[in-house]
Write a protein that binds this ligand. Structure first.
Ligand code: SF4
Length: 380
């Protein structure tokens, strides 16, 4: 496949792995005393397991799977609010498919749909806009979910709805931003992190400068990475070289896609439509300052929280995780997915208990899909 095979070349991968082994030896990292590298993005977590990079790289590297899967960090209270909205008789609730199976305290959107709620899967907020145009007698709510990658398209749909004067289209805004949780993790005295592989798609929008604090204030290297095996191996090598050389810089391995200063059109749409919430809850991580976005008052007519009197700030916040769920420990690297007592037993991709098993970008789902399931099978 042109433009992909070049980044999956086994000979080049072997050369990079040899280089990585040399630098790991130079650093003196071992299985007992590994270098801890966090891949922030769920897409990178998926790629690491899909291509077996966790097994191909030396034992002196330990990957910590970060909070960059928006479905995985969605708090249960917000899922409950989605269900509450979707079950209103006047509402057509529209969502990306990967949010359908996230467990709430009583039910997921999938279960609400089975119970009769009018929930429709869409590929873009523009699909939701079209549903609103065709159903003027119904209220169409779009579930705005995701990091800076999806935030601009939701903003553009709100701007478009405003231009058209649509009165039956709103967004239930759950967009979140990447830098604040990284800051929270760096400030956590229990976290051991030596470097980061930075998110590729988010950085297409925001550029690389929002990560400057990681290098300048916390002395940790970060390399923004692509998603093919050679991208990831090269990025890990770049992080290791910085550690070996005593450097802490923001480097961009994915320069073929990520402009240093981001995408100005997307950033202008984000700035026009959203403002930061004072705080937002992340499943497994708790409340993080200025980590979530809400719709600005000038677009209040398109804000489902305003229109339906539902949403953040209600008493339903901070719903406890299901008993036995270790998602928070996995997300902060304190536990591997297979160490969770529920892994593969009370929690599988078919019947997820925790959010990390729902999305293919969740660490538990990736472990399970690419071999981790064998870890819980009885020996023959
Ligand atoms: S196995 Fe399930 S419950 Fe355990 S940490 Fe993973 S997603 Fe959470």
């Amino acid at each position: 496949m042109k433009y992909a095979d070049e980044f999956r070349d086994p000979v080049a991968a072997k050369a990079l792995l040899d280089e990585i082994s040399k630098v790991v030896a130079d650093i003196g990292a071992t299985a007992e005393k590994p270098v801890h590298i966090m891949e922030i993005c769920g897409g990178h977590t998926h790629a690491i397991f899909r291509y077996g990079l966790d097994k191909l790289t030396p034992a002196g590297i330990e990957f910590i799977h970060g909070p960059g899967c928006p479905v995985c960090v969605l708090p249960m209270s917000r899922v409950d609010e989605c269900v509450e909205l979707a079950e209103r008789p006047e509402v057509i609730f529209t969502t990306f498919g990967d949010a359908m199976r996230v467990p709430g305290t009583k039910k997921s959107l999938m279960q609400a749909k089975a119970d009769g709620a009018d929930i429709r899967m869409v590929y873009s907020p523009l699909d939701a806009l079209e549903i609103a145009r065709r159903n003027p007698e119904r209220e169409v709510v779009f579930f705005g979910l995701g990091f800076e990658t999806t935030t601009p398209s939701t903003a553009l749909s709100i701007q478009q709805a405003a231009r058209e004067g649509l009165t039956n289209f709103t967004v239930f805004c759950n967009h979140i931003t990447v830098p604040p949780p990284i800051l929270a993790l760096l400030q956590d005295p229990h976290m051991v992190l030596d470097g980061f592989v930075g998110p590729g798609h988010v950085s297409m929008v925001i550029g690389t400068h929002p990560y400057d604090f990681i290098a300048q204030d916390y002395g940790k290297p970060i390399v923004v990475a692509g998603f093919e095996p050679l991208d990831l191996l090269q990025s890990v090598l770049m992080v290791l070289e910085q550690i070996r050389d005593g450097r802490a810089e923001v480097e961009n391995q994915y320069a073929r896609v990520v402009p240093e200063s981001g995408n100005p059109v997307s950033m202008a749409a984000i700035a026009d439509v959203y403002e930061a919430r004072p705080t937002f809850e992340w499943r497994g991580l708790g409340e993080i300052d200025e980590s979530g976005l809400r719709i600005r008052p000038k677009y209040a007519a398109f804000d489902a929280e305003e229109k339906f009197g539902i949403g953040y700030g209600a008493e339903s916040r901070l719903v406890a995780e299901p008993e036995g769920c270790a998602c928070g420990s996995v997300m902060t690297g304190r536990m591997k997915p297979v160490q969770c007592p529920q892994f593969g037993k009370g929690c599988t991709p078919e019947m997820p208990l925790g959010a990390l098993m729902v999305s293919s970008e969740g660490a538990c789902a990736a472990y399970y899909q690419y071999g981790g399931a064998r870890a819980i099978e009885p020996a023959e």
